[in-house]
Design a binder for this molecule. Structure first.
Ligand SMILES: Cc1cc2nc3c(=O)[nH]c(=O)nc-3n(C[C@H](O)[C@H](O)[C@H](O)COP(=O)(O)OP(=O)(O)OC[C@H]3O[C@@H](n4cnc5c(N)ncnc54)[C@H](O)[C@@H]3O)c2cc1C
Length: 343
């Protein structure tokens, strides 16, 4: 029997440390449990929200009149297949623990995704990415429970519509309709990692790391991330609050001419992806606060809950002010990467 709890709050479950009370909360450790929770929600005629580590969501301060389910199963299996290994992890596993597991086995393909908070089950939702790697590069399939139909279903890459911080699971037709229970990745044995990001290359140079192996790349990523990101254990945040905007070539050329220090890179389709943090910093928001919410003094792309007193409304207000100023100064629209829940 799954235990259904009635006195949980989102503020206890999210890295932003904000969010209102939850009507019902349940932890499911198996696929049987998932079915049971879904039946419970159906009986009560309540919506389900699936939560992992709560590191990519901003939840409103009001009551969530539904059932929040957290999948906790975290076993991992490996299947050899020539030069590759198929790694299948249950959704409740901590993502970074899975990366460590792969690197310890000398399996390459996700080492640059070291240190990303959250669970394996959430990784496909926004196709997590960092330092030149994305989940989709190694993704084979996932298994998910379709809440409405009460059945399990397998999704392959062609079903997922992966893009930059996007997947089909963010599409309103699929949103909160599936509970992912496992994810399978194809990882290369004894892989030679490719280090393409300047900050990683620089870190390795500065620290005399000449042997570019999986372990060294993982360590470099963890060190660079530590120097850059706010640690949610110390300061409430959800990582990059906005996506890096992708703009047309004409606009990018104009901006580069006007602001030579701007950080924009040409993408495969000829448009330009620019670092959102640069715009926010140049708009004067780095380190600034609005009521109890703030922009990180270390990383302008990260909005923070500095003393744990911010409400979700205050964080939303801050994000709107930041986006409005960036739009007015540069004509660039910032869209949130963080998902807004129960607003
Ligand atoms: C300090 C910091 C740094 C970060 N750096 C990066 C980064 O470099 N790159 C990056 O891509 N992201 C980054 N993030 C964002 C975040 O870590 C990822 O998006 C992560 O995948 C979220 O995992 P989670 O388990 O916390 O998901 P949650 O925040 O709990 O949920 C996110 C979404 O996934 C859904 N979901 C969760 N579990 C399941 C499941 N089992 N089945 C179905 N749906 C599910 C939720 O409903 C929600 O829509 C960062 C966050 C922080 C706080």
């Amino acid at each position: 029997m799954v235990k259904i709890i009635e006195d949980k709050k989102f503020s206890e479950l999210t890295t932003f440390k904000v969010g209102g009370p939850i009507k019902y909360y349940a932890e499911a450790k198996s696929e049987e449990d998932v079915k049971e929770v879904a039946d419970f929600a159906k009986e009560k005629n309540l919506p389900i929200f699936v939560i992992g580590g709560g590191s990519d969501i901003l939840v409103s301060d009001k009551l969530f009149d539904g059932v929040v389910v957290h999948y906790t199963g975290d076993s991992v299996s490996l299947e050899e297949s020539g030069e590759f290994s198929l790694i299948t992890s249950e959704a409740g596993k901590n993502w970074d623990d899975l990366v460590e597991f792969a690197v310890a086995k000398n399996l390459g393909g996700i080492e640059c995704l070291s240190g990303i908070p959250g669970t394996v089950g959430a990784a496909p939702i926004q196709n997590i990415g960092a330092y030149g790697q994305e989940l989709k590069d190694t993704f084979v399939s996932l298994r998910a429970f379709e809440i409405e139909k009460g059945k399990f279903r397998t999704f392959y890459p062609e079903d997922c519509d992966f893009g930059y911080r996007e997947s089909i699971f963010k599409n309103p037709e699929y949103w909160q309709k599936f509970i992912i229970t496992s994810v399978s990745l194809n990882l290369k044995k004894n892989a030679d990692p490719q280090v393409v990001y300047e900050s990683l290359i620089n870190y390795m140079k500065e620290n005399n790391v000449h042997d570019v192996n999986l372990r060294n790349v993982r360590d470099a990523v963890l060190a660079v991330r530590k120097s850059k990101f706010e640690d949610p254990k110390e300061v409430g945040n959800a990582g990059s609050f906005f996506k890096n905007p992708v703009i047309e070539k004409v606009q990018a050329e104009k901006l580069i001419k006007e602001y030579p220090g701007i950080s924009c890179r040409e993408t495969k389709d000829g448009r330009y992806k620019c670092f959102a943090g640069w715009f926010i910093e140049k708009a004067g928001w780095k380190g600034k606060t609005h009521k109890n919410a703030g922009v990180s003094p270390r990383h302008a792309l990260v909005l923070i809950n500095p003393e744990g007193k911010a409400t979700a409304t205050e964080i939303v207000e801050l994000s709107e002010k930041v986006a409005k100023d960036v739009e007015a100064k540069f004509g660039v629209t910032l869209t949130p990467e963080v998902q807004f829940i129960n607003f």
